[in-house]
Design a protein around this ligand. Structure first.
Ligand code: ATP
Ligand code: MG
Length: 576
């Protein structure tokens, strides 16, 4: 468009009659001047009508185009009290060709949930396109003479030559309070069979991340309820902590426990399932329901049977839903389970769109894919309402290889990682956190004073234990000190074991840590430790209510509190 128009092309299956041709020619002359020449081309695409293309303008006299125009008028009428019958009559009698209000293009190829479209010179990246029958797609690839677009609905009704319209809108999802407790698909449509959700608004799925001045430092804890994480790798509200490990190492379990632990803490949770079996997600939702955790949780599900486009947009859609709550001043936790499958979905899309493959056949912008997603986690400043979005992305590794492409990318984007190990998992050490390779970079500031004091040198002690374990592996006779240190380390590892759906509150973690660091479990057989911990916590619940309440409410551990814990624990161990 904008160029000098020199030819007007008329497409139809049969040549126009001379009367029709005269009408077209005079129409063109009037609109575009004398210099435009007129040609006719045979095409079977516009059955029962004509399509006239002059430069970038398209006039659609095909049956399909007329119908579309008619539908558009009906839509603009809906709500007004006009007579539809008279509109129909009027449309049939005095149908006048008009330029289509939108730029329109034609489908060149379609398949695998992807369509290549020509003729949309002004389409923008991420714009929503409208195909016939209301099928929607999103622009993901722009080349000189065509745009590549992913389809959100079944592509069966689209064929080569189908008409495509620009909408000028970017992709978005409905958001709102009504989403809490629901399971939706990547487009925000309910899939739990409990009826439609009335949204409070609409939000673009690709929203710019909050700027630096809109943020404040991470300074409040997001407790997982898992002692192995809260003690050594504390997570703060607004932080991004990666959960990484091979398949079946308890990755989902950690995220799930964290969600369950938010009960009664005024946190909204969003769980985004990407490329999982529908049955596993159903089971997960059941688990959350059973524990009352669906009361504050939204599940976004793009399962393995959904097309790659749905899997690709699911985490962005989930984030949009989460941001709605964050901007209302709420603390929100979002889980992306998992981003390896997300990258794979994006890779298939990119390969289908003919993008050149890079390392491990992923397209060059796969880093940007995840960085723009995780950038959106934040702790907003008080002026912005003080809400937060904490992200727990999950990544699956192959044979523990953290140096593969996607793992290294995401490790570098996040503020730390919880590394889970198959060996530990199978030896019964669950959660299978590898203490040496896990780290949390910003959460320390968010840890309560009580936890900081209680945890002492736990990490150091465990590191020492691991080293000694390696050294003493093959030696048979050990001196007394070494043996007791090994036993101490073994006991600590035992204490870090925790069954699923059994979160510890803050005071419980503090009690376990203080007594453990004082070597009080030293003389207990490893197999008895679990039972003893249960008994100890029960004892405190019965006899030390005030102390427990004080730790939970103040988040502090005064020296006299520590003495009280040790005194009470001594009494317990003497009795049991
Ligand atoms: P996948 O790779 O299939 O997604 P995953 O790494 O997410 O697996 P989970 O599904 O969380 O692993 O856990 C695998 C199995 O281990 C599940 O049956 C789960 O119930 C069990 N499990 C996880 N954590 C614990 C735990 N702390 N105690 C006991 N069992 C656990
Ligand atoms: Mg999982």
């Amino acid at each position: 468009m904008g160029n000098e128009v020199c030819t007007a092309v008329l497409y139809s299956s049969e040549p126009p009659s001379s009367a029709q041709e005269a009408r077209f020619v005079s129409f063109i002359k009037e609109k575009y001047g004398e210099s435009v020449s007129f040609v006719w081309k045979q095409s079977d695409k516009y059955e029962g009508g004509f399509r006239l293309v002059v430069g970038g303008d398209v006039y659609d006299w095909s049956n399909e185009g007329r119908l579309e125009q008619f539908k558009e008028r009906l839509r603009s009428l809906s709500g007004k009290n006009e007579n539809i019958i008279s509109l129909i009559r009027e449309n049939i009698e005095n149908w006048e060709p008009e330029t289509l209000p939108h730029e329109i293009g034609t489908v060149l190829t379609v398949g695998d949930g992807i369509a290549a479209v020509s003729g949309l010179e002004n389409a923008t990246y991420g714009e929503i396109l409208l195909f016939n029958n209301g099928i929607r797609g999103m622009v993901l690839d722009l080349t000189e003479d065509e745009v590549g677009c992913i389809l959100f609905d079944d592509d069966e009704e689209i064929s080569e030559g189908s008409i495509v319209r620009r909408t000028g809108k970017t992709a978005g999802v409905p958001v709102g309070q009504g989403f809490i407790g629901r399971v939706v698909n990547a487009l925000g449509v309910a899939i739990d069979g409990e009826g439609d959700i009335a949204p409070d608004g609409y939000r673009e799925i690709e929203h710019p991340a909050p700027s630096i001045i809109e943020r404040q430092p991470v300074n409040r804890p997001m407790e997982t309820g898992l002692i192995s994480i809260d003690s050594m790798f504390p997570i703060g509200r607004g932080q991004r902590e990666l959960i990484i490990g091979d398949r079946q190492t308890g990755k989902t379990a950690i995220a799930l426990d964290t969600i369950v632990n938010q009960k009664g803490k005024d946190v909204i949770c969003v769980y985004v399932a990407i490329g999982q079996k529908a049955s596993s997600v159903a089971q997960l939702v059941n688990n959350l329901k059973k524990r009352g955790a669906m009361d504050y949780t939204v599940v976004v599900n793009a399962s393995a049977s959904d097309a790659a486009p749905a899997q690709y947009i699911a985490p962005y859609a989930g984030t949009a839903i989460a941001e709605y709550f964050m901007e209302k001043g709420k603390d929100v936790l979002i889980v992306y389970d998992d981003l390896s499958k997300h990258a794979i979905a994006y890779r298939s899309l990119s390969l289908l769109l003919d993008r050149s493959p890079g390392r491990e056949a992923y397209p060059g912008d796969v880093f940007y894919l995840h960085s723009r997603l995780l950038e959106r986690s934040a702790h907003l400043s008080d002026e912005m309402g003080g809400g937060s979005l904490t992200a727990l992305p999950i990544v699956e590794t192959q044979a523990g290889d953290v140096s593969a492409y996607i793992p290294t990318n995401i490790i570098s984007i996040t503020d730390g990682q919880i590394f889970l190990e198959s060996n530990l998992f199978f030896s019964g050490q669950r959660p299978a956190v590898n203490v040496g390779l896990s780290v949390s970079r910003v959460g320390g500031d968010a840890q309560t004073k009580a936890m900081k004091k209680a945890v002492g040198a736990l990490r150091l002690d465990l590191a020492q234990y691991r080293e000694m374990q390696v050294f003493t592996q093959f030696s048979s006779d050990l001196d007394e000190t070494t043996r007791s240190l090994l036993k101490y380390g073994q006991g600590l590892m035992r204490l870090l074991r925790q069954p699923q759906f059994n979160p510890y509150s803050q005071h419980e973690q503090v009690i376990i840590l203080v007594t453990a660091m004082a070597h009080m479990f030293q003389n207990i057989a490893p197999t008895d430790i679990e039972g003893k911990v249960k008994g100890l916590l029960q004892y405190f619940k019965e006899n030390e209510m005030a102390l427990c309440g004080r730790i939970d409410s103040t988040g502090k551990l005064e020296p006299e509190d520590r003495e009280e814990i040790l005194e009470a624990a001594k009494k317990f161990f003497a009795q049991n």
